[in-house]
Design a protein. Structure first.
Length: 367
């Protein structure tokens, strides 16, 4: 068991918000340092990891050894090994895979919404370049704020191609975001979380990106308030689920009866209750996997082909729209990791997953 957990991140980072919300839900003690990660680590004489990503998590084990980790998906699995209470990984292998696929979609596709809206539109870019500087140093003078803000904006705008945000893809990103909000609005009518009455790692991944989309950037925030009030309320509540536990917690607000102030879900002592079986997942969530198969899977496939062929840029058709972006080596790894997770399943569980995903387009990378 580690002696402490230190989080180094930025409030404008969706991945930082993903981890902080998860730590609060799991009641795992932590401290957080905002601002420049390398500088803050140096104050503690800690060698920064390579590469430095947001967030960077520092663990200290029982022997006093310092362990730095980045990349939220493996960090969450690392935490699962150390802390057993209030797990965010479903118990059944088929659900584990579906949760992994949805978490990957949240981290790698919905971040395209965030990055696009933040830096493609002038109003949002003006907002972001000021806020990101102020979140590093609140009492910075105006001239320096403008100077550093312009530097950040220039760097990020030049990276829009990396995530596929350009004039050719802007309409598809916008329509996919609105579709995504409609799916969430419908699903949250049926279930408080993605896979049942308790949050999974994919819930926190979706939440992380949404903190920026509905709470930081003006354009997607305005769209969300019009399209999906349930998503807004869900994000506000997901911020702190520390009180969601078997002695009542948030109780009836989350959709389950709370007779005698005690819920039927034992979040602390076991990980079997509160999850839907695959055949009991509401149809509303199937729509999310349809969207994953429609937009994200084709991009993963074409990106991997371009990487193998040594192409710097690739394009593909998504519906009637053209998607074009630079080849992204990390998402080649994402595709391989999805396949690896699927390969870990027994033949029976693979059949369950393939049956559930049939017709969504997601199954195309699993056969």
């Amino acid at each position: 068991m580690p002696k402490s957990i230190k989080v180094f991140g930025n409030s404008g980072s969706p991945y930082t918000q993903k981890i902080l919300s998860l730590l609060r839900y799991r009641n795992i003690p932590y401290t957080v340092s905002w601002g420049d990660v390398i500088h803050n680590l140096s104050l503690l004489n800690i060698e920064p990891p390579k590469p430095v990503l947001l967030p960077t998590i520092v663990f200290e084990d029982d022997n006093g050894e310092i362990i730095c980790k980045t990349d939220t998906t493996p960090i969450i699995r690392y935490l699962e090994e150390m802390y057993k209470e209030k797990s965010v990984i479903p118990p059944s292998p088929s659900l584990i895979f579906l949760n992994y696929l949805l978490e990957d979609f949240a981290d790698e596709w919905t971040t395209k919404y965030m990055f696009h809206y933040r830096w493609h539109f002038k109003e949002d870019a003006e907002n972001a370049k000021k806020m990101l500087v102020l979140q590093h140093k609140l009492n910075i003078d105006d001239n320096s704020m403008d100077e550093f803000g312009d530097h950040i904006a220039e760097r990020q705008i030049n990276r829009l191609w990396v995530v596929g945000s350009n004039n050719e893809t802007a309409e598809l990103i916008d329509s996919s975001y609105k579709k995504y909000l409609s799916i969430l609005e419908n699903h949250l009518k049926n279930s408080p979380f993605m896979f049942g009455q308790r949050p999974s790692s994919s819930d926190f991944a979706l939440y992380g990106q949404l903190t920026q989309l509905v709470g930081f950037d003006p354009t997607p925030r305005n769209i969300a308030y019009k399209k999906s009030p349930r998503t807004i309320a869900w994000v506000n509540t997901m911020a702190d689920l520390s009180g969601l536990h078997n002695m009542g917690g948030i109780g009836e607000f989350f959709g389950f009866e709370n007779k005698d102030k005690v819920t039927e879900i034992d979040y602390f002592n076991e990980n079997t209750s509160g999850w839907n079986e695959v055949d009991k997942i509401p149809d509303s969530l199937k729509e999310m996997f349809n969207e994953i198969g429609r937009v994200y899977i084709p991009c993963l496939v074409e990106n991997a082909k371009a990487h193998v062929n040594g192409n710097d840029v690739w394009e593909t058709k998504i519906g009637d729209s053209l998607w074009k972006q630079k080849t992204f080596p990390y998402q080649v790894k994402c595709l391989n990791w999805i396949k690896e997770e699927f390969s870990k399943l027994s033949d029976t569980d693979q059949d369950i997953v393939l049956k559930y995903l049939a017709g969504t387009g997601c199954e195309l990378i699993l056969n």
